[in-house]
Design a protein around this ligand. Structure first.
Ligand code: PMP
Length: 793
């Protein structure tokens, strides 16, 4: 077997040039001789006690005054150049970051930094004396998140301190350097456990595929390369008191230093992946990672685990007598590798990448219950979703994460329309914020470009844009324009509509009216077009057109009260009314009816705009008609507040002139940069097509649940706007509101976020970011099936 027949002088390990300290026999100088060296060479006599080492001989020397020193007799495979490099590095760090608790090299009686010590087998070893650092090596579980943060920060600080260091021996080849992972393959035979061997092979395959091709382009420098539990000392509070053992130092990719630490410190902790974020965050607080480093971090961690498993098995075969020390390396590494494999190497890579890219501002770590209490104190009863509120710290794509790293599939939020934290949007916001952000009374190109881009997506008659900051404002201004243009005071809305929080739009939002309230005199409600349970149903010919006839009746009622209609406000998806998504004829007929009565049509695209319906950018376009006013909001900046009113110059210009309309933030350069990036991403990532594909797949999966689960009464929607109506009885179609709320909470407990909507909250509202794919849909359907199963029993 490889390595068994090693001679005393050391043999090359696979692919290594020169003697290898991992193979060469450690020095074993008898205690009396060590005492003599300490005294004769360094002038420190005292009692000695052995300390652990993988491949050197370490001894603690305690002098008569009680002072301790570390006498290190280096493995003879490490020649003079390597000793000199390690010594100079420690001296370099002492100068560049004097606060770092590193051991200091003490001179020999002759003033040298080391002495040569002949061994009985004829080899020469180098002996050095260091200051002794107090503390103990912590156990795996001893470190909480604050300590892990500090550990990560210390690794980065030492890396920084070494940034300007170089030495001719810095190319020190050591198999523990993660960049040499491919050289582990010839040693795989030493790994006895076939499942461990398979894990290692998988990790090495990943390394070849993802790390190998980019390794040469990563930042590289001399690093410590072994900031593990064995080489950092802590006090009883877990604060770092010492960094020891510079024996694995080498010139390698900087990020390898972090990967080594993550692998070795998180080791076999059951919460390893969850708490890794603290360590990475600590590292980033000193040295931000580059995207290319972030992308390979997880695979480097896996490769380091592989190295620990292989090298410990190999060295166990080489030196069975050192088993106690060496065998500790492999077990935790195998557990961590198993964890990575269980999560999936791709998913793990994404999670580490997310950690390395940074969750944004330094995370606040108040425990959830405490935070709830604090929130109540200052925000009162401002509502939170779900019986057990979800405490979130990060989002990425269709996923959101809680402080423990638990992920939630976001099937609820239409605001992050192109996915949480989309890098292009984030970068656009950051770049513009760095450059200029002002009120909007100055000439700036972004707002002009955004207006042009929006108008290009709309029917030709719509030629004006006003920018504001929220959907409520957009509807409020649309309402002012409609009233000004028509000189009329009346509004028609749907039974359970929602259009905003301002005084005027709250009047148009019966969803939020107190129970029993009938609404103001100038507002008339029409039933939402409900083809499932309404007066006109899908199986009736021309049902949607008939339902739209309610508009004419409402207009007549308003006129009869002396408040003739100025506008009909419609969310074409009828989201708050229970995601009705009527067929195209409805809006066409409704628009005709309100115009006939002298009013205007406002298409509120705050919910269903920006491609949610899939085949069209704006949901009203499905009806092939042209509204008089269109309001946009929520998804427009992917979370950055920006909203707009799009209309015709004959309506907008007189209003703007008369009022001098101006919104301080509306259309500010950062908001426009966000919105332009959103438009780019929707186009470049073909999110409309995805919405059709994923939405159809989702509804097909949801309909497949109808056979086994009688409460699933109806599944409807368009693109990635879906409603699932739950009923107590398929015949009577009695709404199952209580059950729907239970389902929403059951899904939340399974890590899937949806909402409940409609007058009785009996409709599941599924409205994910448009990067939601068929796989995500399958996850949702499977989770819903489980939850419905638990309801049935
Ligand atoms: N219109 C519709 C259809 C909405 O759903 C909402 C928000 N839920 C609004 C307007 C108001 O938007 P905002 O909360 O941004 O003011």
């Amino acid at each position: 077997m490889i390595g068994r027949d090693v001679d005393a002088g050391g043999r090359s390990s696979p692919g290594r040039a020169g003697a290898d300290p991992l193979q060469a026999v450690s020095p074993k100088i008898p205690a009396t001789e060590v005492e003599r060296i300490a005294d004769a060479v360094f002038g420190d006599s005292g009692s000695i006690s052995p300390l652990a080492s993988e491949r050197d001989q370490n001894v603690r020397v305690q002098d008569a005054a009680g002072r301790s020193f570390l006498l290190k007799i280096q493995n003879p495979a490490d020649g003079r150049a390597v000793i000199e490099m390690q010594t100079r590095a420690v001296q370099h760090v002492a100068k560049t970051d004097p606060e770092l608790p590193i051991p200091h090299v003490l001179p020999t009686r002759d003033g040298a930094s080391w002495a040569e010590v002949p061994l009985t087998d004829g080899r020469i070893a180098h002996a050095r004396l260091f200051t002794f650092l107090e503390g103990h090596n912590p156990g795996t579980q001893e470190l909480g998140q604050p300590q892990l943060f500090a550990w990560g920060a210390t690794v980065a600080r030492l890396g920084r301190a070494l940034r300007g260091f170089f030495h001719p021996a810095a190319g020190y080849e050591i198999l523990w350097d993660v960049k040499h992972a491919p050289r582990l393959r010839p040693l795989l035979g030493h790994v006895q456990d076939p499942s461990h061997r398979a894990l290692v092979e998988h990790a090495l395959d990943r390394f070849d595929a993802t790390v190998g091709p980019v390794l040469g382009s990563l930042r590289a420098q001399v690093v410590h390369n072994d900031m593990s539990l064995d080489n950092l000392l802590v006090d009883e509070r877990g604060s770092i008191t010492g960094i020891t053992d510079f024996g694995d130092m080498t010139h390698t990719a900087l990020v390898c230093d972090l990967a080594v630490t993550l692998a070795d410190v998180l080791d076999g902790r059951p919460d390893a992946i969850d708490v890794a974020g603290s360590m990475v965050e600590g590292y980033r607080s000193v040295t931000p990672l580059e995207p290319e480093e972030a992308a390979v971090l997880s695979d480097l961690v896996a490769a380091r685990c592989a190295a620990a498993i292989v090298i410990s098995a190999w060295r166990l075969d080489l030196y069975p007598e050192n088993a106690e020390y060496v065998s500790t390396f492999g077990g935790g590494a195998a557990r961590l590798l198993q964890m990575l494999e269980k999560v999936g190497f791709d998913e793990a890579a994404r999670r580490f990448q997310g950690m390395a890219a940074g969750a944004g501002p330094p995370s606040r770590r108040t425990p959830t219950n405490e935070l709830l209490e604090r929130r109540r104190e200052v925000l009162g009863s401002a509502p939170l979703s779900y019986h057990r509120p979800v405490h979130l710290v990060r989002g990425e794509g269709v996923w959101m994460f809680d402080p423990d790293g638990r992920r939630y599939l976001d099937a609820y939020n239409n605001v992050p329309v192109v996915g949480h934290g989309h890098p292009r949007v984030v970068e656009a916001i950051a770049a513009q914020a760095r450059t200029l952000n002002t009120n909007t009374r100055y000439l700036h190109e972004a707002v002009v470009e955004l207006a042009e881009r929006l108008l290009a997506t709309m029917p030709g008659g719509l030629d004006r844009v006003l920018f504001v900051n929220s959907g409520s404002e957009a509807n409020d201004v649309a309402w002012r324009i409609a009233r000004a243009a028509t000189g009329r005071p009346g509004a028609i809305i749907s039974e359970f509509a929602y259009h905003g929080v301002t005084e005027a739009t709250a009047d148009l939002s019966p969803e939020e009216w107190p129970p029993g309230e009938t609404g103001p005199l100038h507002v008339e409600r029409i039933p939402a077009p409900d083809g499932y349970r309404g007066r006109h149903r899908r199986d009736e010919p021309r049902w949607a057109e008939r339902a739209a006839a309610d508009v004419a009746d409402a207009a007549a009622a308003l006129a009869g009260r002396g408040v003739p209609v100025a506008a009909l406000f419609v969310d074409p998806a009828f989201t708050s009314d229970g995601v009705r998504c009527p067929p195209p004829e409805y809006l066409r007929e409704a628009a005709g009816a309100v115009r006939e009565a002298g009013g205007l049509l406002v298409a509120d695209e705050v919910q269903a705009g920006f491609g949610r319906f899939g085949h069209v950018m704006w949901s009203f376009q499905a009806s092939g008609m042209e509204p008089d006013l269109v309001t946009l909001g929520k998804p427009m900046g992917n979370g950055y507040p920006i909203a707009a009113i799009v209309s015709r110059s004959d309506l907008v210009d007189p209003f703007a002139k008369r009022t001098g309309f101006f919104s301080t933030f509306g259309g500010n350069p950062v908001g426009c940069a966000a919105a332009l990036a959103v438009l780019d991403v929707i186009e470049d990532e073909r999110l409309l097509a995805n919405a059709v594909l994923a939405g159809d797949h989702l509804r097909e999966g949801l309909r497949s649940l109808m056979d086994a689960h009688p409460p699933v009464g109806d599944v409807r929607g368009a693109g990635l706007m879906t409603g699932v109506e739950l009923v107590r009885d398929r015949q009577t179609r009695e709404p199952a509101g209580r059950e729907a709320v239970a389902v929403v909470n059951g899904l939340r407990d399974r890590g899937v976020l949806v909402g409940a909507t409609g007058p009785g909250e009996s409709v599941l509202k599924i409205r994910p970011p448009l990067v939601f794919g068929p796989d995500h849909a399958d996850l949702l359907v499977a989770a819903l099936s489980e939850v419905l199963e638990s309801l049935d029993t």
